[in-house]
Design a protein around this ligand. Structure first.
Ligand code: NM2
Ligand code: OGA
Ligand code: ZN
Length: 378
């Protein structure tokens, strides 16, 4: 490893043995120091604010000491230690071309090919906590979708699944909701109509980031479930029609729900959301609750509708979908910021009764991370 002060101590350049190199600014290094006076050793939280770091911070000296890089900052006169592998993981000195959409590290785009290996967990196995639960949660992180088999068929059983990784997000629809045909339905979900692939509650901010649908009865004709990777759909739109992708990610859509008394939800967000570096953040797609789009200038509206139509066609394409008919005691979870779900229409023969609820990804990812650290430590 080679280190080099550059720009008169404003920055440090590191070259690793394999030829990779990166520059780091003095202020960034000082702000991200890991020592006990910068971060609490117990909880890892930063003890200082930017006001505690002089604006004129520079590097007076940098040296390799054992495995570490020791950097002396002026005017504080502090010598702080950095691990080279930590610096490498957090390097930001990367060439950046035009921003194209990408998936977060660890996420994999999928299409109908996933039908051959639908990520599935056995509820009784998952309930014991160990590797079965860890693998299932990891599948949710990777694909934004997973099935469950072997669950109970009693009302409320879906809560036992949420208990394994996090917390229910209660909404106006309740702690959980009954998905079955109703007289005077407050939502088209509560009918036998087919539902185009959609994300739930795009009219809510923040949107629930997980949805579970749990099957109690499903003897009706029809009522099959389909799921589609919205990120794969967005990548495909970008590949086929970069301008169409830019239209949907660069303008806000609007969504609204006012189907029951005392409720009026609305949100304004793009159908495709991306971080500044291109990492896909979220998809909102729901024909039933799409409100008039007002954020698109007159001249851009035809292109916007062309892109919206193309996105809808991609989402409807059987080549994109995983499909199955839930049996009683089976369920599936989706990352509701990424994976769309759909159902085929069903008729009045037999009976169809699902229960659904929302939850959030922060809890799920935290449980997964903790299980992974435990497994590494064992
Ligand atoms: N339900 C099932 O987001 C939506 O409006 C889809 C949601 C009513 C809670 C249906
Ligand atoms: C829903 C929904 C699908 C189904 O309730 O949000 O999309 O299979 N239901 O009934
Ligand atoms: Zn839905």
């Amino acid at each position: 490893m080679n280190i080099n002060l550059i720009d008169g101590g404003d920055s440090l350049e590191i070259a690793w043995p394999d030829g990779a190199s990166a520059r780091f600014h003095a202020i960034w290094l000082r702000d991200n120091a890991q020592d006990a006076s910068t971060r609490d050793p117990g909880n890892g939280q930063r003890l200082i604010t930017l006001a505690d770091i002089p604006a004129e911070t520079r590097i007076a000296e940098a040296a390799i000491d054992g495995d570490d890089v020791v950097i002396t900052f002026q005017p504080e006169g502090k010598a702080l230690r950095f691990r080279p592998d930590w610096l490498r993981e957090n390097a930001y000195d990367l060439a950046r071309g035009p921003v194209a959409p990408t998936l977060a590290l660890g996420a994999e785009a999928w299409n109908s090919g996933l039908n051959a290996k639908v990520p599935t967990g056995s509820f009784p196995d998952m309930a014991t906590g160990g590797p079965a639960l860890r693998d299932w949660l990891a599948a949710v992180r990777c694909y934004g979708f997973a099935k469950v088999t072997g669950g109970r068929t009693t009302s409320g059983a879906l809560l036992e699944l949420v208990d394994l990784f996090g917390y229910v997000r209660e909404t106006n629809y309740g702690k959980w909701f009954e998905v079955r045909t109703e007289i005077n339905p407050t939502n088209l979900a509560y009918t036998g109509l087919g539902l185009q692939a959609h994300t739930d509650n795009p009219y809510r901010d923040p949107v629930p980031t997980l949805q579970i649908l749990w099957c109690l009865e499903n003897s009706a004709d029809g009522g099959e479930s389909m799921v589609v990777d919205g990120f794969a759909a967005a990548l495909r739109l970008h590949e086929e029609d970069p301008e169409g992708f830019a239209a949907l990610s660069g303008h806000s859509a609007r969504f609204e729900y006012a189907g029951s008394k005392g409720v009026h939800l609305s949100a304004k967000r793009p159908m495709i959301e991306m971080l500044p570096d291109g990492e896909l953040l979220g998809i909102r797609f729901n024909n039933r609750s799409a409100a008039p789009v007002t954020d698109v200038p007159y001249d851009a509206m035809p292109a916007y509708y062309r892109a919206y139509r193309r996105m809808s066609e991609i989402v409807n394409d059987p080549a994109m979908e995983v499909s199955f008919k839930l049996e009683p005691g089976e369920a599936f979870i989706v990352d509701n910021t990424r994976v769309l779900h759909a159902r085929k229409a069903y008729d009045g023969t037999g009976s169809r009764w699902l229960q659904g609820c929302y939850a959030d990804k922060d809890g799920l990812l935290s449980t997964l991370s903790a299980l992974e650290s435990e497994a590494r430590a064992a």
